[in-house]
Design a protein around this ligand. Structure first.
Ligand code: FAD
Length: 287
């Protein structure tokens, strides 16, 4: 199934995210986690590429496994550190594997690198290549709190428009913990004439230490209500799990109530997160 067909429906949907095994790491635990997530019948499951050291061919292997479970995969693909030939090879291999949806990404710049001659510089370049190859639906990333390398949100949204004009058909947001940030962002994005569906990325925080580190790196705003929860429960895994799921559930219900119908839950190979979230939302998502 092509993801835009799911996203043009007004019916609330929930999708999940996994990352593939690192080079030479065991597949079994990740496949077991993916199978539990597939059993929940999400709208789709995205598989990261390269992020966190995952071997890139493993993205395709996991995406192909998801196809076999009867669920739609979204394979992430980055371009900054790949040659143009490698990108063409990967697209051909994804097509053979029956993967029809790609999240076109630039990827993070390797430390110390300013230019990688001969490589695609932006996700918009990759989107145009995928569009020209044909047969895939194309997603892209967007940043309600501005991409860290861009000084002004208005410029980042101008660049986002280039990405959409190059063929991106839907967007998934970076995580955010304050819904008003997303609502303000969506208004600006729409004012710029970007009309493609936007999937809201929600990260249920079940590990206090990890989230402080991630937010320091990405500059994500942490509302004081959220910080209080992490300060109070962050050191107690069971309590942090309950509190993190409750916070994310509340965020998602508010998104649905405000007309944001599609939510991407950053489950990160933890099926228990997907299960707990859907337990809370089942009657809304299945209505
Ligand atoms: P781009 O859209 O190219 O934007 C990067 C920067 O360049 C921005 O500051 C933008 O304003 C600017 N820009 C864009 N186009 C132009 C242009 N034409 N001219 C001038 N400036 C421009 N990383 C991974 O390695 N693997 C993953 O699987 C992965 N998955 C992700 C999933 C989501 C939903 C998100 C939000 C991020 C993900 N990332 C992943 C991280 C992503 O690779 C980084 O945030 C990266 O720094 C930017 O990628 P991008 O595709 O948004 O880049």
């Amino acid at each position: 199934m092509k993801i835009p067909d799911i996203l043009f429906s007004a019916k609330p949907s929930v999708s999940f995210e996994v990352f593939p095994p690192k080079q030479n790491a065991a597949f079994e635990p990740i496949v077991a986690a993916v199978d539990r997530l597939c059993a929940l019948k999400p709208a789709f499951i995205s598989v990261t590429y390269g992020a966190g050291g995952g071997a890139n061919t493993n993205t395709r292997t996991i995406a192909e496994h998801i196809v076999r479970q009867g669920v739609t995969p979204l394979a992430h693909l980055t371009c900054l550190t790949s040659t143009r030939e490698k990108i063409q090879e990967e697209l051909a291999a994804l097509r053979s594997a029956g993967v029809a949806n790609i999240l076109a990404l630039r990827g993070d710049r390797p430390v110390g690198e300013t230019e990688l001659p001969g490589h695609y510089a932006h996700a918009s370049d990759l989107a145009a290549v995928i569009r020209d190859v044909g047969g895939f639906s194309i997603g892209g990333a967007c940043y309600p709190e501005c991409h860290p390398e861009c000084e002004h949100l208005a410029d980042d949204i101008e660049n986002l428009k280039k990405k959409v004009d190059a063929g991106v058909q839907f967007l998934t947001t970076q995580m955010f913990f304050e819904n008003n940030i997303l609502y303000r962002y969506l208004a600006k994005v729409r004012e710029h004439g970007i009309t493609v569906p936007v999937v809201a990325g929600v990260m249920p925080v079940t590990n206090g230490k990890q989230i402080k580190r991630i937010c320091q790196l990405s500059g994500t705003y942490l509302p004081s209500r959220f910080k209080m929860i992490v300060d109070k429960f962050g050191e107690k895994p069971d309590q942090m799990f309950s509190a993190g799921i409750a916070y994310a559930t509340e965020q998602i219900i508010d998104l649905f109530a405000n007309g944001v119908n599609h939510v991407h839950v950053y489950t990160m190979n933890k099926p228990e997160i997907g299960e707990a979230i859907l337990r809370n939302l089942r009657s809304i998502v299945e209505a």
